[in-house]
Design a protein around this ligand. Sequence first.
Ligand code: NAP
Ligand code: MN
Length: 265
Amino acid sequence: MKFKIISKGDERSNQIKATMKQHLIDFDLIYDRAEPDLVISVGGDGTFLEAFHRYNHRLQSTAFIGVHTGHLGFYADYVPEELEKLVIEIAKTPFQVVEYPLLEVIIRSKTGNKVDSYLALNEATIKTPDGSVVFDVEIKGERFETFRGDGLCISTPSGSTAYNKALGGGIIHPTLEAIQLTEMASINNRVFRTIGSPLILPKHHTCLLKPLVERSFFITIDHITHNYTNVKSIQCRVAKEKIRFARFRPFPFWNRVRDSFITEN
Ligand code: NAP
Ligand code: MN
């Protein structure tokens, strides 16, 4: 089996990376940056997002796993104390795979035929440095509302515990193939009206945002921010692709939610 380890870059994470790498090589596994079967991220959820984006061109053949060197992560859910056991399991047992849904974002430009396509593991957010965003929001080809406010967040189920949660969105179990749309400070009065509640859209229910006022947009895909002008539309839907996690022991989603937000460890 071929593997690659991505470290957050701090001393502790680098140390863990070096130890794991050596042990796995001793077990005859091959360190391969280009075509790994398994990508191990060592750090936090931010490091895991980084690992996902570095290998999102080969989601069908790469599985991911995260070791956390800070507090418990949502993606980084192995502790350094488990490493010895984990290394032996990676080397000796074929891993089970658990798949989580992703968000597909397609940005079309008014000028030319420029089309950019992204996959997000957590969410996409759309904001502007120039006042508020004004969009027509279409769902499944029908106009739903005109949104005016600070911005919108469209998240995946596994991203529902991240930015989405801070915006009052619900936590969605990742077996549900859905995306969630949450508002950032919508303007609501006699003139402008939005639904106000988070919307949960199933597979194939595409959401299309069409800017009504020309703005410069900050469109973030997970931890990466892109700057756009002349945007014709931003299309969001459940992606065909999924992320594959390597599972060596069960750690149910609700236990992770509890241990991150409720229980003090
Ligand atoms: P960051 O500023 O370190 O991320 C903010 C926090 O979100 C960190 O504690 C991070 O964990 C945690 N996190 C990331 N993914 C999560 C998930 N799926 N469930 C629960 N917590 C999660 O920046 P970053 O590490 O580059 O991560 C980017 C993410 O930050 C974005 O995708 C967005 O979801 C989130 N964010 C949140 C807010 C907010 O809550 N108001 C605002 C902006 C961005 P680690 O410390 O382990 O990295
Ligand atoms: Mn972080």
